[in-house]
Design a protein around this ligand. Structure first.
Ligand code: SME
Length: 156
């Protein structure tokens, strides 16, 4: 049984190898989704939303693993993803039923974390993770996911 810090470190190492390895951006992002969703038990949907620079403040769904979602395009400000994009801040929602400005992806989702990804000081996308468990996210975990997202900046 490995402790959580060791698990984060091993997953980070695999993500760095993916970022530095062969393949195009979307293939790498998809591999990162797989590493995270297989690596942490309470991650049930893992995906990326990317800023669509052709549109005025809009996110478009990128690579993901998990159930298909209706929310392929999300305007800034809408839902947890849109709020994270607008404010450029990490959103940790331990219980989605407490949220008014929330876009439901599946009835099974109980909690969600959204972490912005920056490129050259501007928001370029975000990592979105849904969980079927209520209240699963720790402070160490959100800090770790922010570190992962700053590594991902390199391929954005
Ligand atoms: N729940 C998100 C929408 C994205 S889906 O969960 C994949 C939100 O409120 O923005």
């Amino acid at each position: 049984m490995i402790d959580i810090e060791e698990r984060y470190k091993r997953l980070t190492d695999r993500i760095i190898s993916t970022i530095d390895g062969e393949g195009d951006r979307d293939g790498k992002l998809r591999s990162i989704c797989e590493i995270l969703s297989k690596g942490i038990d309470h991650y049930h949907w893992v995906g990326f939303y990317l800023v669509d620079h052709e549109k005025e403040k809009e996110l478009v769904l990128g690579p993901y693993v998990g159930e298909p979602t209706d929310h392929v395009r999300i305007p800034f400000g809408k839902g947890i993803c849109g709020q994270a994009a607008q404010s450029e801040k990490t959103f940790v929602i331990q219980d989605v039923t407490t949220q008014d400005n929330y876009l439901s992806c599946s009835v099974n989702v109980r909690s969600e974390i959204v972490v912005p990804i920056f490129k050259g000081g501007e928001i370029a996308g975000e990592l979105d993770i849904d969980s079927h468990v209520r209240g699963p996210f720790s402070k160490e975990e959100s800090t770790w996911l922010e570190e992962i997202c700053s590594l991902i900046s390199r391929i954005m």
